[in-house]
Write a protein that binds this ligand. Sequence first.
Ligand code: KG4
Ligand code: ZN
Length: 359
Amino acid sequence: MTTILAIETSCDETAAAVISAGPALRSNVVASQVDLHAQYGGVFPELASRAHAEVISAVVAQAMAEARVEYADLDALAVTQGPGLVGSLLVGINFAKGLALATGLPLLGINHLEGHIYSLWLATDFDQPDFPLLALIVSGGHSELALMKQHGVYQRLGGTIDDAAGEAFDKVGRLIGLPFPGGPAIEQAAQSGDPQAFSFPRAKTDGDYDFSFSGLKTAVMRAVTVQPSGRRNQRRRGDERHAALRDDVNIADVAAGFQDALTEALVATTCLAARDFAVRAVLLAGGVSANTLLRQKLGAALDLPLYVPPLPLCTDNAAMIGAAAHFRLRAGFRSPLDFEARASWRLSEDVYADELSHS
Ligand code: KG4
Ligand code: ZN
């Protein structure tokens, strides 16, 4: 039975997991830095890498202990190679390389976006449909629409041309005075709001399968902040943090209106791509896939099966990296030990063409 230890440190979660053939979850440990970054209203890269370095050893040890495995029981190691914050990625990559040297186990550098897709394979009710599949990956760093033709074979159809969906949630959350991360906070605030109270824009993009959320963010900013009168009072672009909030605005209505507009854009574009490419099912993944309204609206709009990960596997975790590695390993891939972190790395026909050599 193939068993893999996977490590993920691409952003602000230090995570390790043990995955066995299936793929099946043996352990899944996530040390979140959310409290550390909350005071800055977003992820502070330098602090993130330092915090990863402090806890990675303990997180990996815990994942091994909870799975009740020894290094001798493992068949491979996997680590997120990118995309992500380079300083954060390097902590996980260097730790994994050290383990590979010490144990002699093969190491696989895994694409984080592919990892999000493979979070679906860890859902207990996931009976993989036939290819092609359409994947919508929506997180704090990414909003990508990709056609999955086979295991490991993708065609990127589009993505955001400005803010990622989760980033828009986080920025708008900060703007309306909600705690970081904005996604869950906005979802909660929206429960008592009227989504019709504001009519926020649904952005059009040149690319059929692209998204744009910065106009929506600006519209929310205009609706909730006191507009500067003279030149002297003008705020710098993007300085939404210091804008004064109007006191006659219902924050719950704003949250509901924003969530409605953003999810509608995601749903419309995903449905268009699902129809144009005659896919067999749609996979929704990434932190924003935890959003109930998005799940409901997309499920109702599609006349195809929609698969969503279990809630703990929506946000960053190492289990999904292990699941992706399981299929990579099965296909005979290994990474050379001198591979480097990749800050940006899109899904493509052959994600690993330059990165991995067949063993
Ligand atoms: O996948 P993830 O943990 O990290 C990245 O790879 O970026 O996603 C984190 C993002 C954050 O922007 C957070 O606000 C968003 O996912 N998020 C949500 C919800 N839960 C997390 N957005 C909307 N609704 C939610 N319930
Ligand atoms: Zn992610």
